[in-house]
Design a protein around this ligand. Sequence first.
Ligand SMILES: CCCCCCCCC/C=C\C=C\C(=O)SCCNC(=O)CCNC(=O)[C@H](O)C(C)(C)COP(=O)(O)OP(=O)(O)OC[C@H]1O[C@@H](n2cnc3c(N)ncnc32)[C@H](O)[C@@H]1OP(=O)(O)O
Ligand SMILES: NC(=O)C1=CN([C@@H]2O[C@H](COP(=O)(O)OP(=O)(O)OC[C@H]3O[C@@H](n4cnc5c(N)ncnc54)[C@H](OP(=O)(O)O)[C@@H]3O)[C@@H](O)[C@H]2O)C=CC1
Length: 299
Amino acid sequence: QLVQSTFFPPAEGVMLPTGSFSNRVAFITGGGTGLGRAMTSTLSQLGAQCVIASRKLDVLQQTAEEISSQTGNKVHAVECDVRDPQAVARCVERMETLTGLPDVIINNAAGNFVCPSERLSPNAWRSITDIVLNGTAFVTLELGKRLIQSRKGASFLAITTIYAESGSGFVVPSASAKAGVEALYKSLAAEWGRYGHRFNIIQPGPIRTKGAFSRLDPTGAFEKAMISRIPTGRLGKPAEIANLAAFVSSDYATWMSGAVIRLDGGEYVSMAGEFNELRRVTPDQWKMMEAMIRNTRGS
Ligand SMILES: CCCCCCCCC/C=C\C=C\C(=O)SCCNC(=O)CCNC(=O)[C@H](O)C(C)(C)COP(=O)(O)OP(=O)(O)OC[C@H]1O[C@@H](n2cnc3c(N)ncnc32)[C@H](O)[C@@H]1OP(=O)(O)O
Ligand SMILES: NC(=O)C1=CN([C@@H]2O[C@H](COP(=O)(O)OP(=O)(O)OC[C@H]3O[C@@H](n4cnc5c(N)ncnc54)[C@H](OP(=O)(O)O)[C@@H]3O)[C@@H](O)[C@H]2O)C=CC1
């Protein structure tokens, strides 16, 4: 952590009023681990009945038991590989039996690893883009069609990343697929408002989770450099994303649709500005540079 992080301590308590999601059903892909788990925990504390889905049923079941024993609200675990549209349809059928169709859908499941693009096999490309782009599309279309048929409104949220906008070397399948997810959600925000559906996007900056850090910085060698470019001087916390996700999915945000919200401690703008490296210039060096600039005559 950098010294300025003391100005920006994370508030990790649940932000919305108790009961904000009473009588609501939330469906969270990848809800067994990391940020998905944090979002499930927050929504469950706020009164939602949650359904979490991913490939590893044992992980989901453990998370579901832990959260529901803390909150007293049901959390259902449903096995689902989002790359398989038939598995997604079966998962949604199971959810309809357990809870009925959801009011809140969070597309959070993802796959990623750092790799020079010249080392990527076709299957490596397919693996990431299938989870991130096709998986989000299969979940969104399956639920969207059923919600439209039932004339039920819903809030859809996709978790992308700050480099969905800029692109990034060494995570090219993820960057391409996340950019596709953003196009999907912005497009559906325009098309499906008439069915009562809102679509929003959160772009998190770096937040320590085992899933992300073990695949994106396996040796830990890049963490210090990464934190040094974050103006608020620290990583994000899962609870910070969870509070934002809860707000975006809540009745306090019914006028929000098609929004792309970056929550990254300022990392994106810090990397983007051409002159931002001048942060390193000392007051004495500024004195000298200013004198040089002022003494310049003509062009
Ligand atoms: C600069 C410092 C950075 C520090 C941290 C920064 C944090 C900021 C983060 C920003 C964005 C984060 C975005 C994220 O999405 S993080 C979430 C990450 N979580 C996960 O990835 C969880 C799920 N992942 C997985 O299950 C696997 O990793 C998976 C490979 C994506 C899928 O598993 P599976 O279906 O079992 O796939 P296979 O193992 O069969 O592999 C398919 C295919 O891919 C090739 N492959 C796998 N790993 C690598 C690798 N490391 N490098 C190159 N290729 C790889 C594998 O060989 C297969 O291809 P082939 O059949 O041709 O051999
Ligand atoms: N942590 C960070 O710094 C950042 C994370 N993000 C995004 O946040 C989200 C959560 O990431 P994070 O919590 O860090 O990482 P995790 O690895 O913990 O989360 C990824 C989840 O996706 C699930 N998943 C992977 N493949 C599939 C599949 N084929 N079908 C269903 N579920 C699948 C995994 O469960 P299982 O293995 O059981 O299938 C896992 O629970 C992702 O969208 C990621 O891109 C974005 C920017 C920064």
